[in-house]
Design a protein around this ligand. Structure first.
Ligand SMILES: [Zn+2]
Length: 457
């Protein structure tokens, strides 16, 4: 199969005008100028996308597919209030509801050109939906628990669950990873022991880290809304939590959580220079979620300070519960613009952000040898972005067009391992009508659920 278009972005090399990609089975066979490729492989079927860009599928470094029905339910709240409301409203969902919600997320991912996800899930619903949708990625088994007496029980349950999840993803493009949720929801010994255990199992690790000021205050000063209202809500009010006197990053380092590397930290907004040195020293990768960070009032991550140290950084959309859409174009665009706004410089280019959303993200989860760029021998994870609309023409520079003009609706093809998952508004493995229909009543139930904790605005 040969796909041709006005532009082809291999990412690992310069853009190719009038480019083509040759796909054989699950892999990329060749990449080059369309005319040459068609002559070289005369027996291959050719699909021409015209005014469009062919590029590697997006690597979304932070998702929670199962939270998709919470879109627009907890808007306009600061992080701690948002977390409290989300926790309360989550309680009305049944096991089936979580699965339907995750299908809604998988549907959006596929339609948005996301081919690889790094998804944290508590219910396991994301695994079911991502597998059925045909997505690639890491499904991180989420653990939380502050009650020290519960630790042996939690450790034994995760051992059993991870074995069963690993079995479920055997014939798919998914891997199982491990996610201690965050410093304010995981007891220090659980953080230490569980990450040690995960490394022994060869599991990649992911955690939310240094996101909100509320988390920072919780860790350093032992105070704030998370230490009080949130802990009351989840029944940990009888547990003693002492201020640590250090930042969230330093705190995890002191507990040995970074020892052995292989860890992806999500957010990393509340970090100073010494925290960034710690992240670099331990080879921690970062999932940068600029829209979520801004929407929940968490702040703006010091992106250039990460990149100057050559820390692996990719882009994460987070869940529609916080960010409302899984639109990587929006994430790149807003991510770039807020950096320019805060640094008063144009150090970052559109190309930098497309790199982070593809090969940079792949590198952050150790998949750079398989995906993230269009090169012979790599997996055929390919997307095509239509550039024929009035808001995109004229298009002289494909990087500029992708970041400054395109949206998720402009995706016309999503392919994982040579299989078409989405083309021209139809889905190979998902029933769009059914998924949308089932999402509405769940969302209504969530929206109408009562909350007994006042929200400060
Ligand atoms: Zn998250």
């Amino acid at each position: 199969m040969i796909l041709t278009a006005k532009w082809l972005l291999p990412i690992s090399s310069k853009p190719i005008k009038d480019g083509a990609i040759v796909i054989e089975g699950t892999k990329i066979k060749d990449v080059g100028i369309a005319k040459k490729m068609v002559n070289k492989y005369p027996d291959e079927e050719v699909s021409d996308f015209g005014k469009a860009v062919i590029l590697p599928g997006f690597v979304d470094l932070h998702t929670h597919l199962e939270y998709s029905v919470f879109r627009g339910v907890c808007d306009d709240l600061g992080y701690a209030d948002w977390k409290i409301q989300l926790t309360i409203k989550s309680r009305v969902l049944t096991k089936d509801d979580w699965i339907h919600s995750a299908y809604l997320g998988a549907l959006e991912a596929v339609q948005s050109g996301i081919t690889t996800i790094a998804d944290i899930t508590k219910s396991g619903a994301s695994l079911t939906a991502a597998k059925d949708a045909g997505l690639r990625g890491i499904i991180y088994y989420e653990v939380s628990g502050m009650d020290y007496t519960e630790l042996p029980k939690i450790m034994s349950r995760m051992d059993k669950d991870v074995a069963s999840w690993t079995d479920k993803v055997k014939d798919s493009n998914l891997l199982i990873g491990f996610a201690p949720h965050s410093p304010y929801t995981v007891a220090p010994p659980l953080f230490k022991e569980s990450t040690k255990w995960a490394r022994e199992q060869n599991l990649q690790i992911c955690t939310h880290l240094a996101g909100s000021k509320a988390e920072y205050d919780f860790v350093k000063y032992g105070s704030g809304q998370l230490a009080n209202e949130y802990w009351d809500l989840v029944g940990w009010n009888g547990i003693l939590w002492q201020p640590t006197g250090v930042s969230p990053v330093k705190y995890l380092e002191e507990w040995g959580v970074f020892d052995g590397g292989n860890i992806l930290a999500v957010h990393c907004v509340q970090v100073d220079e010494s925290d960034i040195d710690i992240l670099k020293r331990h080879g921690v990768s970062i999932a940068h979620c600029p829209r979520c960070n801004a929407k929940l009032g968490m702040g703006i991550a010091p992106l250039s300070n990460f990149l100057v140290r050559d820390i692996s950084v990719g882009i994460g959309t987070d869940s529609p519960a916080s960010n409302n859409t899984m639109d990587v174009f929006d994430e790149m665009r807003i991510g770039l613009l807020v950096q320019r706004g805060i640094t008063k410089s144009v150090d970052f280019t559109a190309e930098d952000f497309v790199y982070m959303a593809t090969l940079g993200g792949a590198r952050a989860i150790n998949m750079q040898d398989k995906i993230g760029s269009l090169e012979a021998g790599k997996e055929a994870d390919v997307i095509v972005v239509d550039m024929s609309h009035s808001h995109q023409i004229p298009t002289g520079d494909p990087y500029s067009a992708l970041v400054y003009t395109a949206n998720q609706e402009n995706i016309v093809l999503t392919m994982v391992a040579g299989k078409v998952l989405y083309k021209d508004y139809s889905y190979a493995n998902l029933d769009e009508g059914e998924i949308l229909k089932k999402s509405e009543p769940i969302r209504r139930k969530v929206k109408q659920s009562q909350t007994n904790i006042p929200v400060k605005r």
